[in-house]
Design a protein around this ligand. Structure first.
Ligand code: ZN
Length: 861
C-alpha cells in the first residue's frame, strides 16, 4: 500500500485566521478561446491583518504581473503549485495579473471548462483559483465587474453575475460587460459563453422591483423549460410570503449545462444548473424528475439570501447555508404538495444515506473539524442532517419565533460571512426566555442517537410516566458522546386511536422521565411524531407498531410504524432463511398492507409510500453481519407473496388509478400515478408482467413508461430485450432519458445484472466525461445491494476500475464513488477481504488525487 503522501495536508477548523488582505473590487477580462483563454484581473486590495500576501492559484500560466501599474520583478514574488506569494506590498494597492488557462482540457469540471456548446464555470468551493490568482476563501467578499469576449458565431450568448452594462461586436468577436453591485465571495462568480437560447419571463417583487427572468438552454430544449420557470416564480413568491425575503437584482438568469459535477449552483444572479434539474416534459421526465426540478430551482433561488447575501466564513460552516437552504426547500415543497408525503420522502433519504454514513468510517459532524478535500464534504450529513437541525430549532422555538430568529439572522449578518454560532445567536435572541445552547452539540458530534422508551402507569394517581434514554455510538475521532437536546413530539392515544394528549417534550439528558398527571391509561404512545429529531427509536413492540400503523393520527408515524413493523418481520424471515426454513408470509404484514390498500382513496400518494417495503439497504443496516443474498431473497419473496395474496385488490386499484391525464403534474395526478405504479410493481413481483408490458407499450408519459420498464428489466427474456431496445432507439439522442436507460438496467433485479452492467461500461453511449452518465450506471449499480455485493467480488472490481479511471480526469466524481466500498466491515469475512482489496488497490495508485485518497483511506479505517 502507498504511504500517505505528504501532499495530503488536512485543513483544521481550529486553525482559522482572518484574511490578511481584503479585496474591495475585482475587474476581470476574459479573452475566451477553448484551448487558451487569457484572464486579466485587477484587484484592489487592502491590508486587514499582519502577514504576507498569498493568492491561491492552480494550473495558471502567469503572463504578466503588475503592482500599482508597474511590472513586478521576479525577485518580488514567488510561484508554487498552490499559488502566488507577493513580498513587501503596501497596505493598499492594485494588483494586476494576466494568466492563461485551458478550458478545453479541464475535465475536472471545476473552474472554467467547456461543455456542449460553450464555456461554463463552477467555482464552489475552490474553482475560482483555477481561473485567476485570488484569495479564494469565502470570507473575502468583493464587488465584481467582468468583461468577456468570444467568437460571436460559436458563442453568441455571454453571461455573468449581476446586470449587463454594455455589449458590442468587432471582427467576428463580440464582447459584453457585466457588473454585480453586491459584494460576494469568489465561489459565487459565474460566467457562461455558449450557443444557448432563452426562455424568458418576468416577476415583480412585492416592493415593486421588476425582474427579468431567463432560462438558457441548448436549442431544441426550450420546450422543456416551462416547469422550471413556473417553479422559479412560485419560489420567489413563497420566499416573500414565508420569510419576507425579496429578490435584489433586476435580472435572474439560469443556464443549463449537461456536464456538471453537482445538481446546481447558486451563483449570484446567474445560477448554473445541471440540465437534469431544469428540463422536464411529460414525455421525457418522471414525476420524481418534475419534483426534483422544482425542489432544486427553489433551493438555488433560496440561496440568494441564505448563501449569497449571508455567506459562510469558511467551508467548515458549509451546513450554515446548505442545511438551512435544504430546510427551506423542504418547507417550500411541503407547501406545494402533501406535507406528510414530503416528510416521508425526506426521512427515507436521510435513513438510507445519512444514517448509513453516520454509522460507518466516513461519519462526520454537521460541522466537521478537519478535511483534506472540502469537495468530499458535500454530503447528506451537511445537507440533510443539517436541515434536520434547523428543523429542530423550529420545533423547539415554534414557527413565529423561528421566523423572527431568521429575521435577526439576516439583519445581523447581511453582506457578511457568518458562522454556525451566528445562526445560533440569532435564534437564541428570538427566544431569550429559553436557553437552547445544547442544540450546538448537533453540529459538533457525529453519529445517530438511539433512543428507547419505557412506560409506566399508576392507576391510583392516574399518572403516566414516560422514561426516555439516549445513547450514541462512537464515531471516528469521537469516543465519548454527550447527550443531545431533542424535541420529542408525542401523542398519547386511546384504544380508538384518538389523541388523549399531544405535545412536544424537551429531551436533553441521557435519561429523563416525563410525568403526565390526570390521565387515563393510554393504549399507545406515539413518539417522535413527524420525525421530530434525527434519531433511531428502538425497542418498540410489534403490537405497538401494528396499532400505530393502523391508528396513529400522525400520518408520518403511521407510515413509519408500518415500516418498522415490516422491518422486524423481514429481519425475522431473513434469519429463518439463513436457517434453511421455507419462506412464509407474515399474517400481520399481509393484513397491514391489505388495510393500507383499502384506505387508498383517502390519500393515494400516501398509500403509494406506505405500500413500499423497507429497502434492502435499510434491512442490512439492522443486521450484525449483512447477508445481501438472504435479504434480497426474502424481500422479493415477500413482495411476490403479497402480490399473489392481494391480486384482486391490486388489480382493481391499478385500474381505478390508471386513468390520469399524462400531461397532468399536479399533486393528485402524481399521487394517482405513484399508487398505480406501486400496484404494478407488486403484480409484476408475483410473476404477472403482462400489465407492465401493456403499460410500457401504451403510454407517452415517462413516469408510466419507466415504471413499466423497471418491472420488465427484472425479468430476463424477449420482452425485456424488446422493451430495452425500443427505449434505446427512441431516446438515444436525449441524454437525460438515456441516463434512465442505463440506470434502469443497473438497478435491475435480474440474475444477469452484473454481466450486463459490465457490458454497459463498454457501450458506445457510456461516457466517463459526463457525471450524470457515470452516476446513472456506476452510482446506481453500487446502490443495487444484492448485485453489487456479488460474492465473486466482480462488482467491487468494476467499481475500483471506474474509480481509478475517473480519478485521472475528474477526482470529485471518482471520490464520491468510493463510498460504495466504505461499508466493508458490515459484511462476512470473504466480502470484507474483497472490498478491502479494492480500497487498497485504489490507494496504491501513484498520483492519486487527494479527493480519492481521503475517501479511500478513511473508508479503509
Ligand atoms: Zn445548496
Amino acid at each position: 500500500m502507498a504511504e500517505p503522501s505528504s501532499i495530503h495536508i488536512p485543513v483544521n477548523l481550529a486553525d482559522y485566521t482572518p484574511p490578511v488582505f481584503q479585496v474591495e473590487t475585482v475587474e476581470l477580462e476574459f479573452d475566451l478561446h477553448p484551448a487558451a483563454t487569457l484572464v486579466r484581473s485587477r484587484l484592489r486590495l487592502h491590508r486587514h491583518a499582519a502577514g504576507q500576501l498569498h493568492l491561491n492559484g492552480r494550473k495558471l500560466k502567469l503572463r504578466e504581473i503588475l503592482l500599482d501599474g508597474e511590472p513586478l520583478g521576479d525577485n518580488l514574488y514567488s510561484l508554487d503549485p498552490s499559488g502566488l506569494t507577493v513580498f513587501e506590498v503596501p497596505d493598499e494597492f492594485t494588483l494586476e495579473t494576466l494568466v492563461e488557462i485551458n478550458p478545453a482540457e479541464n475535465t475536472e469540471l471545476s473552474g472554467l471548462y467547456m461543455s456542449g456548446s460553450g464555456f461554463f464555470t463552477q467555482c464552489e468551493p475552490e474553482g475560482f483559483r483555477k481561473i485567476t490568482f485570488f484569495p479564494d476563501r469565502p470570507d473575502v467578499m468583493a464587488r465584481y465587474r467582468v468583461r468577456m469576449s468570444a467568437d460571436a458565431k460559436r458563442f453568441p450568448v455571454l453571461l455573468s453575475n449581476g446586470n449587463k452594462l454594455a455589449e458590442g461586436e468587432e471582427y467576428g468577436r463580440h464582447w459584453a460587460e457585466w457588473e454585480d453591485p453586491h459584494p460576494k465571495p469568489s465561489y459565487l462568480f459565474a460566467l457562461v459563453a455558449a450557443d444557448l437560447v432563452a426562455v424568458k419571463d418576468e416577476f415583480t417583487t412585492r416592493s415593486g422591483r421588476h425582474v427579468d427572468l431567463g432560462i438558457w438552454v441548448e436549442r431544441g430544449d426550450e420546450t422543456r423549460c416551462g416547469h422550471a420557470m413556473a417553479s422559479l416564480k412560485r419560489a420567489m413568491l413563497w420566499d416573500e410570503d414565508t420569510f419576507g425575503l425579496e429578490y435584489d437584482l433586476d435580472v435572474f438568469n439560469i443556464a443549463a449545462v449537461s456536464d456538471f459535477n453537482a445538481g446546481a449552483m447558486e451563483n449570484k444572479g446567474l445560477n448554473i444548473f445541471n440540465t437534469a434539474y431544469v428540463l422536464a416534459s411529460s414525455a421525457t421526465a418522471t414525476d420524481t424528475d418534475f419534483q426534483n426540478v422544482e425542489r432544486v430551482i427553489a433551493h438555488e433561488y433560496f440561496h440568494n439570501w441564505t448563501g449569497d447575501r449571508v455567506t459562510c466564513r469558511d467551508w467548515f460552516q458549509l451546513s450554515l447555508k446548505e442545511g438551512l437552504t435544504v430546510f427551506r426547500d423542504q418547507e417550500y415543497m411541503a407547501d406545494q404538495f402533501s406535507a406528510a408525503v414530503k416528510r416521508i420522502a425526506d426521512v427515507r433519504l436521510l435513513r438510507a444515506t445519512q444514517f448509513r454514513d453516520d454509522a460507518g468510517p466516513l461519519a462526520h459532524p454537521v460541522r466537521p473539524a478537519s478535511y483534506l478535500e472540502i469537495n468530499n464534504f458535500y454530503t447528506t450529513t451537511i445537507y440533510e442532517k443539517g436541515a434536520e437541525v434547523v428543523r429542530m430549532y423550529r420545533t423547539l422555538m415554534g414557527r413565529e419565533a423561528f421566523r423572527h430568529g431568521m429575521e435577526i439572522y439576516i439583519r445581523d449578518n447581511d453582506n457578511s460571512a457568518a458562522t454556525v454560532e451566528d445562526f445560533f445567536n440569532a435564534m437564541q435572541a428570538a427566544v431569550p426566555e429559553h436557553n437552547i445552547w445544547q442544540i450546538m452539540r448537533w453540529y459538533e458530534q457525529a453519529g445517530t442517537p438511539e433512543v428507547t422508551a419505557e412506560e409506566t402507569y399508576d392507576p391510583a394517581s392516574r399518572s403516566f410516566t414516560l422514561t426516555l434514554r439516549q445513547t450514541t455510538k462512537p464515531t471516528p475521532g469521537q469516543d465519548e458522546k454527550h447527550p443531545f437536546l431533542m424535541p420529542v413530539a408525542i401523542g398519547l392515544l386511546d384504544a380508538e386511536g384518538r389523541d388523549l394528549l399531544s405535545e412536544t417534550l424537551l429531551f436533553h439528558k441521557a435519561e429523563q422521565s416525563f410525568v403526565f398527571a390526570d390521565i387515563d391509561q393510554p393504549a399507545a404512545v406515539s413518539l417522535f411524531r413527524g420525525f421530530s429529531a434525527p434519531i433511531k427509536l428502538k425497542g418498540q413492540s410489534r403490537e405497538r407498531l401494528a396499532f400505530l400503523a393502523a391508528k396513529d393520527t400522525d400520518l408520518f408515524n403511521r407510515w413509519d410504524a408500518l415500516q418498522q413493523y415490516a422491518t422486524a418481520v423481514l429481519l425475522e424471515a431473513v434469519a429463518a432463511h439463513q436457517d434453511g426454513q421455507v419462506f412464509r408470509l407474515d399474517d400481520g404484514l399481509l393484513e397491514a398492507i391489505a388495510a393500507t390498500l383499502r384506505e387508498a382513496p383517502r390519500d393515494p400518494a400516501f398509500t403509494a409510500e406506505a405500500l413500499l417495503l423497507p429497502a434492502e439497504s435499510l434491512l442490512a443496516d439492522e443486521m450484525g453481519v449483512v447477508d445481501p443474498d438472504a435479504i434480497h431473497a426474502v424481500r422479493e419473496a415477500t413482495r411476490a407473496a403479497l402480490g399473489e395474496a392481494l391480486r384482486d385488490r391490486l388489480n382493481s386499484t391499478y385500474w381505478e388509478y390508471g386513468k390520469v391525464d399524462p400531461a397532468d403534474h399536479s399533486g393528485p395526478a402524481m399521487g394517482a400515478r405513484a399508487l398505480k405504479n406501486a400496484t404494478l410493481a407488486y403484480l409484476a413481483a408475483s410473476g404477472d408482467a403482462s400489465r407492465a408490458w401493456e403499460q410500457f407499450n401504451n403510454t407517452g408519459n415517462m413516469t408510466d413508461r419507466l415504471a413499466a420498464l423497471t418491472q420488465l428489466a427484472d425479468l430476463p427474456g424477449e420482452k425485456r430485450d424488446t422493451a430495452l431496445t425500443s427505449f434505446y432507439e427512441t431516446w438515444r439522442n436525449t441524454p437525460l432519458v438515456l441516463d434512465k436507460w442505463f440506470s434502469v438496467q443497473a438497478r435491475a433485479n435480474a440474475a444477469d445484472t452484473l454481466e450486463r452492467v459490465q457490458a454497459l461500461t463498454r457501450h458506445e453511449a457510456f461516457e466517463l466525461r459526463n457525471p450524470n452518465r457515470v452516476r446513472s450506471l456506476i452510482g446506481a449499480f453500487s446502490a443495487n445491494q444484492a448485485k453489487f455485493h456479488n460474492a465473486s467480488g466482480a462488482g467491487y472490481r468494476l467499481l475500483g476500475d471506474m474509480v481509478l479511471r475517473l480519478d485521472e480526469t475528474n477526482p470529485q466524481i471518482a471520490a464520491r464513488l468510493v463510498s460504495g466500498l466504505s461499508s466493508w466491515r458490515r459484511f462476512d469475512t470473504a466480502r470484507q477481504d474483497l472490498m478491502r482489496a479494492e480500497l487498497e488497490r485504489i490507494l496504491a495508485r501513484e498520483g492519486l488525487s487527494s479527493n480519492t485518497y481521503e475517501m479511500a483511506s478513511k473508508a479503509l479505517g
